[in-house]
Design a protein around this ligand. Structure first.
Ligand code: 9WO
Length: 257
């Protein structure tokens, strides 16, 4: 048997075949935005780059203007009831989701397909929601701009209205990057063998313990002695206590739940 036909037979069984992976395991992320260029490089680094190269995920940013039907490609309009600023129109957003996800009402999306609106009015994003998103087949993220998004998008189209925290941004794009990053690093195989998602912050409800590397003396700033002893049990105890102390100081809310 020649080398090429042996390789071909393995491929047909699907062990190394991306096309089979694509229909089963792969996460597809579609971002709807009026600034697709905003995302040009952010997904080209580190874990996300590696996950894309390994075909664990595809990420695409789509220009909302492509789904406008008027000759001026209007994505925004003035608010009913008056007030300053503009509101993103419902129609192009519904059309974009229809074409990217195959439906435009939340009850028509199959399980495994989530349509997310990033907005300060959403429920707060956390590690648990990141885990749910990582288990999806497709994530469609809608980035708002201007003074807001026509509320019919939140009322009937999206499955999740999500905030990454209590502050106002100039648009949903930075929040979409946060959500996509948190989900992708949780995909099976995204982290190298050197790192485990389960040993990091939040997996045990505490903040991470402090880290140090060489030199041991940095202009008089010392590394805690215990970390230099090689005594694994004592190091583990020190790390637990340091994590707890840091959580009490910076995030007491995590200890009350
Ligand atoms: C603008 C504004 C101006 C005066 C008073 C109140 C205001 N609220 C807003 C506003 O919410 N603008 C949004 C900007 C419109 C939708 C997109 N924008 C957005 C998304 N800002 N912040 C987010 C966001 C998304 C997810 N997590 C945190 C913030």
């Amino acid at each position: 048997m020649s080398r090429t036909s042996w390789f071909g037979s393995i491929r047909r069984k699907g062990f190394w075949n991306c096309e089979i992976n694509e229909s089963t395991e792969m996460l597809r992320v579609d971002i709807i935005t009026i600034f697709p260029g905003f995302f040009r490089e952010v997904f080209d680094y580190g874990i996300i780059r590696r996950a894309r190269a390994a075909k664990l995920v595809t990420v695409e940013a789509h220009d909302l203007r492509a789904w406008t039907s008027d000759k001026h490609h209007m994505v925004d309009d003035r608010p009913f009831g008056g007030g300053d600023g503009m509101v993103l129109k419902a129609e192009p957003i519904f059309a974009a989701v229809e074409s990217l996800a195959g439906a435009s009402r939340r009850e028509d999306f199959p399980e495994g397909r989530r349509v997310v609106l990033l907005s300060p009015q959403g429920r707060t994003f956390n590690q648990s929601l990141a885990t749910e998103f990582a288990a999806c087949q497709q994530l469609v993220l809608i980035c708002g701009r201007y003074e807001g998004v026509d509320e019919r998008v939140a009322e009937t189209l999206v499955t999740d209205e999500v905030s990454i925290g209590d502050y106002v941004l100039s648009g949903g794009e930075p929040a979409a990057i946060v959500v996509v990053d948190a989900a992708i690093r949780l995909l099976p195989g995204a982290l190298g063998s050197e790192t485990s998602a389960t040993t990091e912050s939040f997996s045990d409800g505490l903040l991470d313990y402090p880290h140090y590397t060489r030199p041991t003396d940095f202009g008089g700033l010392q590394v805690p002695e215990v970390l230099l002893t090689g005594h694994h049990a004592e190091i583990a105890r020190w790390r637990r206590e340091a994590a707890l102390a840091k959580t009490k100081r910076n995030r007491p809310d995590l200890l009350k739940g």
